[in-house]
Unconditional design. Structure first.
Length: 202
């Protein structure tokens, strides 16, 4: 009877050691991915902040373009006024009575001509600036779309696919509330794809 009791005790200890090892392994994995999950929201928040900053930049572009267009309208109004003034002075030159009046009108014509040239140059500069802003808008839009794609559109989900995750049971990913989005990956220099099925981790 004593021998049987000792044997039963030895088996019990072996089972406990195996269970303890298994538990430690699982807890180690849980700790590892709890840390990973803790880092991911920060990375996602950084991406969202970047997107907000880029969207603010887009709004600034719109405001700047609108201001440039307003300037063009104002410059065109000045050109119209100067053109009318120049035509009037040129008409008056046909009826001058002395050199003093002739010199005065000539200077007025020259001034209005210079004003027209200056405002036409400003308009060209504004149009070039608008084109540059539109090009920047296109580039910024592409960057925003790319960053949104990494965020999975408007959802708050995290793209996770690492060597460690691929070995972690799907039930633990679910317990950690980690969602793995469909993605392409390279593991051990071998390309592959993941369709988004959490059971693939089991």
């Amino acid at each position: 009877m004593a021998e049987k009791k000792v044997e039963a005790t030895e088996i019990s200890v072996e089972e406990r050691l195996k269970a303890l090892y298994t538990l430690q392994t699982i807890m180690s994995e849980i700790d590892k991915y709890t840390i990973l999950r803790g880092e991911l929201p920060g990375e996602v928040q950084d991406l969202e902040d970047e997107i907000m900053g880029l969207q603010t930049r887009m709004q600034n572009y719109e405001t700047e373009i609108a201001d440039l267009k307003k300037n063009i309208v104002a410059y065109n109004e000045i050109i119209a006024t100067s053109t009318a003034n120049r035509a009037r002075y040129q008409e008056q030159l046909n009826n001058v009575r002395n050199n003093h009046e002739f010199d005065h009108l000539t200077k007025e014509v020259e001034f209005e001509s210079l004003e027209i040239e200056a405002k036409e140059k400003k308009i060209r500069e504004c149009n070039m600036a608008i084109e540059r802003k539109k090009e920047e808008q296109e580039k910024t839009t592409a960057i925003i779309e790319e960053k949104k794609r990494f965020l999975g559109g408007n959802t708050m989900s995290y793209t996770v696919f690492t060597d460690g995750c691929s070995n972690l049971p799907g039930r633990l990913l679910e317990a950690l509330n980690i969602r793995v989005l469909p993605c392409s990956y390279v593991m051990d220099d071998v390309p592959g794809t993941y369709a988004g099925d959490i059971d693939a981790f089991d």
